[in-house]
Design a protein around this ligand. Sequence first.
Ligand SMILES: O=C(O)CCC(=O)C(=O)O
Ligand SMILES: [Fe+2]
Length: 642
Amino acid sequence: MQHNVSFHSQATNTFGESSEYSNAAIRDQHAMPQKRVYHAEQALIERFKETLNTETLQATFTCGGSLPILLEPNRDEAGNLTPRTHERVQEQRVLTKGVTLRWGKHENGQVLTLPVTDKTALEELVNACTPATFGRGGEDVYDESYRRAVALSAGDFMTDFCPYESGIIDIVTQLLLPSITGELEPAPPRSEVAKRYGLSHSQEGEIHYCIMKFTRQNSDYIYSAGIQKCLAGLRILPATTEGMLAIMGRLDMTGTGLTFKHDFIELAAQRISARNAAKKQMSGDDRKEASKANAQKRKMMSRGIRAELYKLNIYTGPSGMFKAHVDTPRSESQIGSLVVCLPAYFEGGALAVRHLGQEIIHDWSKTTFATQEPRVQWAAFYSDCEHEVLEVTSGHRITLTYNLFLAPGTSLLAGQPTSLEPQCLPLAQSLRRMLASEDFLPKSGYIGVHLAHSYPHTHPKFHAFVPSMLKGVDMALYESIVALGYKAVLDQITGPNLPSAEVLQLLESKGRSSMRTESPIVSNLQEMTFGDEPDEDDGNTDDQMCEFYSHCEPDSDESESADAGAPNGTVVELRRRYRARAKITWLNEAKSREPCRAYVAYGNEARGATKYSSAALIVRIPNWVERSSTAGSQADPVVVWE
Ligand SMILES: O=C(O)CCC(=O)C(=O)O
Ligand SMILES: [Fe+2]
């Protein structure tokens, strides 16, 4: 996403107005006050705070690091590379061998290990490369005035360097992925203004960003002279000079050249909200909603990064370079690029990465090469970051480039049948053994297993659990059930270990959809009620809550229809839950008496409480005769909320 902010453009804004006005008129009316009203230091602190608070989205747009190559590392007496202590293992980010490259056709293979001892082999590698092209106007072009480099495609060489093994992908996943999958995390609370005008977090962030960028400010005031730029930056500039003057008159009533920051925020929020409404009317809302849902689903499925080797590039001095560009995404799920600089001598050739007016320079030239041990150095950045390889003045700058894609990641196993063989899970074996016995539930019935972990709610008001959330042993259990082919529901457990009232009906319903499909779970979400969630503020203790529940416990012979005329909906609901609970054969104990809990996310920072709930996997078990003929079949997999 390039934020090309243009201040003097003549364009039609989203209010449908043609924006033509005199910048000079505005400037004359509201000249910058001469007097400095705050200390420079204070301003810097405020700016930093602002960045910290509001520019969270993609604040870390690039990251980088280096791995020293120790060809003769220290070993302990036993010859181990690092003593087996926790601390030392953490430090073990060194490469203990050079990076080997192999290329060349059959029977003409060549090999080079960097750092280089054999200059001839290095020259041969350069000769084996072809001039590097780049994309322009939808075509691959070769233009030395824009890019002067040579390259080998991934299919034409091999290397033993592995970004996973060296820990780079771990770091990149931790630093760059959270902003991409941000909606999965509890969102920071929006301000009252943002809530009032229905602004998204990023829209709110953008207002603060523009204030920071275009107005010199202290904490409460902003300079009125920057307001016009702010509005342009936010794409909410009024169409006419009169409109702009009216805004300035409203914001800077006393003519001091200063505006209350909160007044500006209010005005900006109002205009963005109007723009949102106008846009909504103009566009195909349904299509947008659908693509939003798809994007969300994609994010839900993405807890990791997959790096795909793309090219080997050599920029040779003098004059090797690649001017400012944005990498062409290879697919919808590409989120960024990784550049790994191999240990070879060169000067110049810094990699500049830019985002929203900020620039980070990754300089890997001889300065580090000459003074320290050789290193493999790397940088990763989001796809929308502009970047540039500055001129290499001497030597060969050799890089490996990788495309970074969203991927399920190591912690997301649900629905990944190719990477996991659930039949081999010990839990699946043991479940199969139990179900094979005629002594266990000879007639059909239900089993319930309380999950080991609590799970955050996916919606502030409605509960839903999706397999992709599952962790550790819970995931193993889920996969085992999938492997056995029985119908199951991931259910929230509330109150004194009560499943939801309709869980058994769901299990008996005819329709079947695969648990693997992760379809959005909307139709069967339960609204949180008093009974679901003991309110910690109302002073109820666990014991009081349980006493309340116990009044609702149904007599064992009470019939379903007896509830029909019951006056209190909550009590009816609770009785149904008790009844469901009694019909389930529970295979383990629930963890606690108060399963639905609110924790404050992010330690003591007031970012709002995230609700975590206990859950159980409830499985419909056919009678013994039926299951002895079908158990183990994977033909008809398990179901979650259809
Ligand atoms: O080699 C580098 O540092 C970056 C290369 C690059 O930007 C590209 O291949 O797109
Ligand atoms: Fe690039």
